[in-house]
Design a protein around this ligand. Structure first.
Ligand code: IPE
Ligand code: IPE
Ligand code: MG
Length: 249
């Protein structure tokens, strides 16, 4: 991984280490707009976006955040031009291959969520390798949503539970939130405390629909390739100023 020389190697003094979000999720949006702004083809934005992600992952580790979940490719992103889809798939595969060694050294635990079966076989193989190799790592829990759709995730959970009912393994009365969550892709990592979306769009775009029920939302106009430690600092500061009420008074 490249470490950009950055101030903010350590947790900024105005943040309270005791009240950091445990789990941060990010909708990494705005790569295309960033490229356009700089007179480049869209794929250059995706390429720059990878550098941003690498530094954010490092930053989470440096500042003591336990889990980072990022939206890399939605189930709706297949609707983009074939050229862009192919570029992204190849990029994911190459980055995974190049970064695995370093992720091991940094003790990162990698997981993928989404409908992985319809990804290119060679990417599936790289995913399998990175997940297996990092399974016992004890550092940051890094989850990448690829071919992910929140509705699809909920439907597949329903189907799995229905099959168990049909087989007589459980009774309908036993279906509760805890059981349902065990059938979601995120069963191990749980719900994000903070959801960040870059590039200003005020929507979820089918990301973690169940899991963000009580997440704090933070939207910045900054385009993903420009999101840096300073921007993350602002997001965390905003998070720490809020009062999470969970429906109580
Ligand atoms: C996010 O950036 C990356 C992916 C969806 C893969 P976009 O590619 O959506 O960039 P904009 O929104 O067009 O600027
Ligand atoms: C959401 O961004 C998906 C990812 C960041 C991977 P999109 O750019 O696909 O979302 P929309 O189309 O603006 O809703
Ligand atoms: Mg977008």
């Amino acid at each position: 991984m490249i470490t950009k020389p950055s101030a903010l190697q350590q947790l900024p003094a105005d943040l309270d280490a005791e009240r950091l979000p445990k789990h941060v999720a990010v909708i990494m949006d705005g790569n295309g707009r960033w490229a356009k702004l700089h007179g480049m083809p869209r794929f250059m934005g995706h390429r720059r976006g990878v550098d941003t992600l690498k530094d954010l992952l490092r930053c989470c580790r440096d500042w003591g955040i336990q889990a980072l979940t990022v939206y890399a490719f939605s189930s709706e992103n297949w609707g983009r031009p074939l050229e862009e889809v192919n570029f992204l798939m190849t990029l994911f595969e190459r980055v995974l291959r190049q970064e695995l060694q370093e992720m091991m050294e940094e003790n990162v635990r990698i997981n993928f969520v989404g409908n992985l079966d319809s990804l290119p076989k060679s990417l599936q193989e790289e995913i399998r390798r990175s997940v297996e190799n990092t399974r016992n790592n004890q550092g940051i829990h890094f989850t990448i949503a690829t071919n992910y759709g929140g509705r699809q995730e909920i439907v597949q959970a329903c189907r799995a539970i229905a099959e168990q009912v049909q087989q007589g393994l459980i009774q309908p009365e036993q279906i509760d939130e805890a059981l349902f969550e065990r059938h979601l892709y995120t069963s191990e990592v749980g719900d994000p405390d903070l959801l960040i979306r870059t590039s200003g769009e005020m929507r979820l775009s089918n990301f973690l629909l169940w899991q963000v029920a009580y997440s704090e939302l933070y939207v910045t106009e900054t385009l993903w390739p420009d999101f840096n430690r300073e921007e993350f600092h602002y997001a965390l500061r905003s998070y720490q100023k809020r009062e999470r009420r969970f429906g109580k008074v």
